[in-house]
Design a protein around this ligand. Structure first.
Ligand code: 6PG
Length: 241
């Protein structure tokens, strides 16, 4: 695994650095393989990334876009990760709909997860039991050191075979669909975009704490096969008190 961290003064600058790295990866993938496959997260931090990508004027016609996870809500819901991307990137950039592979989380979550896994298997033309290799997966980090929708205590943090699953997040009392660790670990490039003082402890936990994936699922990124690049603002990168 190749590892790097990029620290910028503000969340905006960290998001722009992340976006320009993602665009480089996409361009290299299209030049090398004629297409790129990427997955993005949701929450709040990626909004700045999406706005940067929308304004970049990039050609998305060969870039298949997937999601790392999705809340169990329909498109249009303020909680929807798809809607966050649509409002701040896909719609303003006129992203080709045929390249957008949203998680149909308006369905019962187990059905949504199975449907999403099948869409990925079909798109990547995977032999049975094989896992997709994304060119880039953008992850966030929760203050509790979760990533994707793999929260502390989630047993699926040890799953290395599956593609996607439905999870129930006790602390949020909410169901979600998430990519599973095996997919995250195989990506050619992992980009972690993290901003805010509330993430300091979690950043330190991933960088320094003794490994306990059950308690700190984001420590998974220590085992990625590809390159892992952190994009942090100064607040998140500062030593935790
Ligand atoms: C989600 C995300 C999740 C997110 C972290 C950080 O659906 O919420 O995919 O893993 O990346 O919770 O979220 P913020 O960027 O809002 O802090």
């Amino acid at each position: 695994m190749k590892f790097a961290s990029v620290i910028r003064s503000t969340p905006q600058e960290a998001a722009e650095a992340c976006g320009s790295h993602l665009l480089r990866i996409v361009q290299e993938a299209v030049e090398a393989r004629g297409a790129a496959n990427i997955a993005v997260s949701g929450g709040s931090t990626p909004k700045l990334l999406f706005e940067y990508l929308a304004a970049s004027g990039a050609d998305w016609s060969r870039v298949d876009l997937f999601w790392v996870d999705e809340r169990a809500v329909p498109p249009g819901d303020p909680q929807s990760n798809y809607t966050l991307a649509y409002d701040h990137w896909l719609q303003p950039a006129a992203y080709p709909a045929v390249r957008v592979h949203r998680i149909h989380a308006e369905l019962p979550v187990s059905e949504a997860a199975s449907r999403y896994a099948l869409e990925i298997r079909t798109h990547f033309d995977l032999p049975p039991g094989d896992l997709p290799v994304f060119d880039a997966i953008q992850l966030g980090l929760g203050a509790d050191a979760h990533t994707a929708s793999l929260f502390p205590g989630e047993a699926l943090v040890t799953d290395r075979e599956g593609i996607a699953a439905a999870v129930y997040v006790e602390k949020l009392m909410a169901a979600r669909v998430t990519l599973l660790p095996g997919v995250l670990l195989r990506a050619r490039n992992i980009l972690l975009l993290v901003a805010g003082a509330d993430k300091r402890q979690a950043v330190q936990a991933v960088f320094q704490d003794e490994e306990s994936l059950a308690e700190k699922p984001a420590q998974l990124v220590r085992h990625c096969q590809g390159s892992v690049t952190w994009f942090l603002d100064e607040e998140a990168a500062a030593p935790a008190r």
